[in-house]
Design a protein around this ligand. Structure first.
Ligand SMILES: [Zn+2]
Length: 555
């Protein structure tokens, strides 16, 4: 599951989670006996807690180093998946009869020798005065103070109200990982680019040629780490996605010394604006800085080609005609790698996120291959890379599919299904975590009533988990519908179901480790997904799409 703010802001900086709201909808208690014979004949019994635990302890081990995209740990995980798929006889469906669909990436790194920033003719020191983002450009101009940089119409936040930043460099006080003070998730509503824009998007739209960002305390406290990340590790991008967004203005993050120099002699000094932006006082409106202050930003990049891959396989259906149609199963096998240590642990194992989905797909592939009978339609497995970077793998696959996309009758996405809220848990960070017999279900009725009914009926007639639908709304302030890979299938018109356990105390932290997984719950959820996919794969007709998503949601 992708972080909320990371999904909005393009700087790829780690973000803090937000607490969510409270409300519940429960399904009635079990009354019907499960059709055990059908389930075991179809192979559902092959999926066991012990098997899931085995796989997940490998996939989420420290040796995989948090499976960043791209990384050796991610590549090793891909090989582990492919090795097993091959043993079980699944058909490779990546590039050139392999299990891998290669994704060409580009790593942009600042060329420190050629990058230069000047303020009123004085050359500033890279690293001490500023940290450049690896966005190449050579610009100069006067400066304009533009508040927090955001446009959020629902909150009357408009950073450029009354000033024209065209051809100028915008100075914004904004935390790269948080919404501006006074705005919350629910305020990010309506159409992106019209009703709301991130600081980088809004600056570009307003014609600003460059950005100087004044960061918050947290960024300043990690200044050295941030400098290292941006100037030594750089920023990785998908080569094929680059032409679409257009070049963004070059940007630097200013140290306090530079911030003070910028606001010297102005109507407000840097300290008072800083306090307004990140403390409690009132934020002054935008204004142009003294025209004597001229800034030149020259960022030169070095670029390295790198790559990653989706892992793609097919389990072929039994029906000579229907086997050309697919039920697609997806999970992301990447996570966020190695980061800021918590209690001495710097490896973000991603056992739940999304080691659990990765493992679920693997166990489903195994169960299908060992079942006495096979479903009529084929099953397409895609383990996506780069989900945490911005749903890269699913976007890449749906833009460059290795099978015809309109042959996919449904996509089921599994992202985080391994954690459960224990009775008596008072940790507020686990407040929205689903219980041992419960799972959040999102999207099953958004495009196909028939699919939603089918998913309900399978569950009711089998293990009767409590399906919680409280996030099943694209307008939910958590925006979960937009934050995992199913979204890219939905926007191509494919009906989806998304299974999710809810945010918890270890979400995007090093503590998301395999020992904290509820394997009994996982077994139940994976078996339920398995029976659901079997049902979809075996029906005479594909789930009918009877509604489309509102276009403003998917653009
Ligand atoms: Zn995640």
């Amino acid at each position: 599951m992708r972080k909320f703010l990371a999904a909005l802001v393009l700087t790829s900086v780690l973000v803090l989670p937000f607490p969510a709201l409270n409300a519940q909808r429960k399904t009635p208690k079990a009354t019907k006996a499960a059709p055990v014979s059908v389930a075991s004949q179809r192979g559902a019994d092959e999926i066991t807690a012990a098997q899931l635990k085995n796989y997940l302890y490998f996939i989420a081990s420290d040796e995989m180093e948090g499976r960043d995209t791209p990384s050796r740990g991610l590549d090793t995980t891909a090989k582990f998946l492919a090795m097993n798929l091959s043993r079980w006889g699944l058909k490779p469906a990546g590039d050139e009869s392999t299990y891998f669909q290669r994704i060409a990436l580009r790593r942009d790194l600042v060329d420190k020798m050629q990058t230069r920033v000047q303020l009123s003719g004085q050359t500033l020191t890279l690293g001490d005065d500023y940290i450049p983002l690896p966005r190449a450009g050579d610009v100069s101009g006067q400066l304009v103070f533009a508040g927090n940089g955001w446009l959020i119409k629902s909150k009357n936040i408009d950073a450029y109200k009354g000033v024209d930043p065209k051809g100028k460099i915008a100075v914004i006080f904004s935390s790269p990982d948080e919404l501006p003070r006074g705005a919350s998730r629910g305020d990010i509503a309506g159409k992106r680019g019209e009703d709301w824009m991130t600081p980088a998007e809004y600056a570009q739209k307003q014609g600003a040629v460059g950005i100087v960002q004044i960061p918050d305390f947290q960024y300043l406290a990690n200044w050295d780490r941030n400098r290292q990340r941006l100037t030594e590790r750089g920023m990785t991008l998908v080569e094929k996605f680059q032409t679409q967004a257009g070049p963004q203005p070059p940007a630097i993050v200013a140290a306090p010394k530079l911030a003070n120099a910028l606001f010297q002699g102005e109507r407000q000094n840097a300290t008072s604006i800083f306090e307004a932006a990140f403390g409690g006082s009132e934020m002054p409106g935008p204004f142009a800085l003294s025209p004597e202050k001229q800034m030149t930003i020259t960022v030169v990049n070095k670029t390295d080609p790198v790559s990653t891959q989706n892992v793609v396989a097919i389990f072929e259906g039994s029906d000579p005609v229907l086997k050309d149609e697919y039920v697609a199963l997806g999970a992301h096998y990447d996570h966020i790698g190695i980061g800021i240590p918590v209690n001495g642990d710097a490896i973000y194992n991603g056992a739940d996120d999304d080691g659990s989905g990765t493992t679920a797909l693997l166990s489903i592939a195994e169960a299908l291959s060992k079942a006495p009978i096979r479903p009529k339609r084929s099953v397409l497995f895609v383990w996506h890379a780069g989900e945490e970077k911005g749903l890269w793998g699913s976007r890449y696959f749906t833009d460059n599919p290795t099978i015809p996309l309109d042959h996919i009758v449904t996509q089921i996405n599994i992202d985080m299904i391994g954690r459960s809220r224990k009775e008596g848990d008072t940790n507020s960070r686990n407040r929205e975590l689903s219980g041992p017999n419960e799972i959040y279900v999102i999207g099953s009725r958004m495009m196909s009533t028939e699919l939603g009914d089918l998913s309900e009926a399978v569950n009711k007639g089998y293990l009767n988990l409590s399906f919680n639908y409280r996030y099943d709304d694209p307008n939910d302030p958590n925006r979960f519908f937009f934050r995992s890979d199913h979204f890219n299938y939905a926007r191509k018109g494919i009906p989806i179901i998304f299974f999710f356990d809810g945010e918890h105390e270890d979400y995007h932290r090093p503590g998301d480790s395999p020992d904290k997984i509820d394997y009994q719950k996982m077994e139940k959820v994976v078996r339920t997904v398995y029976m659901t996919l079997w049902e979809i794969a075996n029906r005479p007709t594909r789930p009918r799409v009877d509604k489309q998503l509102p276009p403003q949601l998917i653009n």
